[in-house]
Design a protein around this ligand. Structure first.
Ligand code: ADP
Length: 499
């Protein structure tokens, strides 16, 4: 990609050491390619609103060709041993780690999160490549004792074929590898569409795949603007060559893609919206609970699907909890992600910013009190103040929908039963957190919460070794861990007769 040296002083990416990681073309069949009609769309830095790149506006035709490339690559990729595939994935992971500073800078500049968080995300993203490469060696089959003489019953786990991935902007690197790593490790090939806000991280990851020796066509990335997403999605879901779709994004789009996949009965893995409860019981260590919010409320400015969205605090400790939380929130450093001291960066775009504002306004209208923050930050642009609200109720919009912003609304409760009832009173069920020192409460509440992921006395639950995913309208299937690789293989029952 070319950057005018005369403007380099204003280029937030000027610090890149390896500029070949920056690509403004899509990656199909091992080649860097533009859209058929040459059109592009802007990628902006949310910290300033300035354009940082323009990448191809692709549609159905380009996606079809990427699927054909993935299909051509499939037979030889599946024929390699899992150990050979693991070697490539390991080299790919190592390259990500070796370029962590450059990858983090690209991620922060297109997404806004603080550099420290981007570094953590790059390590997390690399961990999927490494872990699933190894796990590919353990895609074991089975031999089942026969009930019929002269027979043998064998179960094989085989790759599915060409797969598709669609990823969101909040984790532009980790969501890519969380899909492609298990898919590729199991012997599948993939065509992936990154979010329109953050394609550069996905393209940088492609550059490293190429350097790691990933054969052409095994992993392809097509780019498109928000307007192009439906036609790319339409091709991915209607093309019979694609046998599975992995998606992370909104419940609304997930349902649409699920309906479309029904026509050709594709396998799906969906990680959709959440509405995480965060329950603090009176016997909890309040310091632990407040620290936990760094991981699941303030991180990524609250823009994660496992962000604590409804903070339920038992009445006896709510005043103390609120006071300590306010002190913490006031100490958070808001600023450009590229400033090393920043803890809260800008929100992703105007739409996200307006949603956060509307949720806070709705809560205030409904009787909530602003204890700190409450509006746009004085830095302007897409920065929002770390906000703490009290007297929030479960029926407010901010309690029913994901706010995706640095806003903590406290809801009081009296009993364990009441807390569980409020926590479960949502169509979503991705993640839930609760805090208590009592082990009996721990077991009871942990079992009663309707969520795919439950954190007791922690706000940090993300790791490549554990199954990540939701229940109810938060999705289907799991990503991460040995449960996830099962999503990306077919089970074949193979019987031998006449023995
Ligand atoms: P968010 O609200 O977090 O942006 P979305 O579900 O809108 O979540 O977006 C997640 C991903 O889904 C992005 O890559 C986006 O471009 C893509 N997407 C949005 N609409 C469609 C669609 N109709 N078909 C395929 N992909 C889509």
């Amino acid at each position: 990609m070319t950057i005018d040296p005369s403007t380099a002083a204003f280029d937030p990416l000027a610090g890149l050491v390896d500029r070949d990681l920056l690509h403004d073309l899509a990656f199909v069949d091992g080649q860097w390619v533009g859209a058929d009609n040459g059109s592009t769309f802007r990628v902006d830095d949310p910290a300033t609103g300035a354009e940082i790149a323009s990448v191809p506006r692709m549609g159905g035709a380009e996606t079809r060709r990427a699927i054909e490339a993935a299909d051509r690559a499939f037979l030889s990729w599946r024929s390699m041993t899992a150990k050979q595939r693991a070697r490539i994935l390991r080299d790919w992971a190592d390259l990500m780690r070796a370029h962590v500073e450059d990858l983090s800078l690209i991620l922060t500049v297109e997404q806004g999160k603080p550099l420290a968080e981007s570094r953590g995300e790059i390590e997390y993203a690399a961990s999927f490549l490494e872990w699933f490469g190894e796990e590919g060696k353990r895609v074991y089959g089975d031999v089942i004792p026969t009930p019929i003489p002269g027979r043998r019953i064998v179960v094989l786990k085989q790759p599915i074929g060409v797969t598709a991935g669609i990823t969101p902007w909040n984790f532009p690197a980790a969501m890519v590898t969380r899909k492609c790593a298990p898919a590729l490790a199991a012997g599948n090939t993939m065509v992936l569409k990154p979010a329109e806000q953050t394609p550069l991280s996905a393209l940088a990851i492609c550059e490293l795949a190429h350097r790691a020796g990933l054969p052409r066509g095994v992993f392809n990335v097509v780019t498109g603007s928000a307007e192009d997403a439906p036609s790319i999605g339409e091709e991915m879901t209607s093309n019979p060559t694609v046998r599975m779709l992995g998606f992370t994004g909104s419940t609304e789009v997930g349902k649409l893609l699920m309906r479309r996949c029904a026509d050709s009965v594709k396998k799906i893995s969906l990680e959709l919206g959440g509405n995480a409860p965060f329950i603090v019981f009176e016997d909890a260590d309040l310091g632990v609970a407040i620290d936990a919010l760094q991981a699941c409320k303030w991180r990524n400015a609250g823009q994660t699907c496992i962000s604590a969205n409804r903070i339920l605090v038992q009445r006896g400790v709510i005043d103390e909890f609120a006071a300590r939380l306010v002190e913490y929130a006031r100490g958070l450093e808001v600023g450009t992600g590229t400033d090393e001291g920043s803890q809260i960066g800008p929100l992703i775009d105007k739409q996200g910013f307006e949603k956060v504002k509307a949720h806070v306004a709705g809560a205030i209208d409904g009787g909530a009190k602003v204890v700190t923050g409450g509006g746009p930050h004085k830095l302007g642009g897409l920065y929002f103040e770390p906000t703490v609200l009290t007297d929030v109720t479960p029926d407010m919009v901010m309690s029913c929908e994901e706010t995706f912003g640095p806003v903590a609304g406290l809801i009081p409760f009296d009993t364990e039963e009441e807390a569980i009832a409020i926590a479960n009173d949502t169509p979503y069920g991705l993640c839930a957190y609760f805090f208590t020192k009592d082990m009996a409460t721990g077991w009871r509440v942990g079992e009663a919460l309707e969520a795919g992921i439950v954190g007791l006395n922690t706000g940090f639950v993300s790791t490549e070794v554990a199954p990540f995913g939701g229940v109810k309208e938060s999705g289907l299937g799991r990503e991460g861990s040995y449960y996830a690789i099962e999503e990306w293989v077919e089970t074949k029952y193979f019987t031998f007769a006449g023995l």
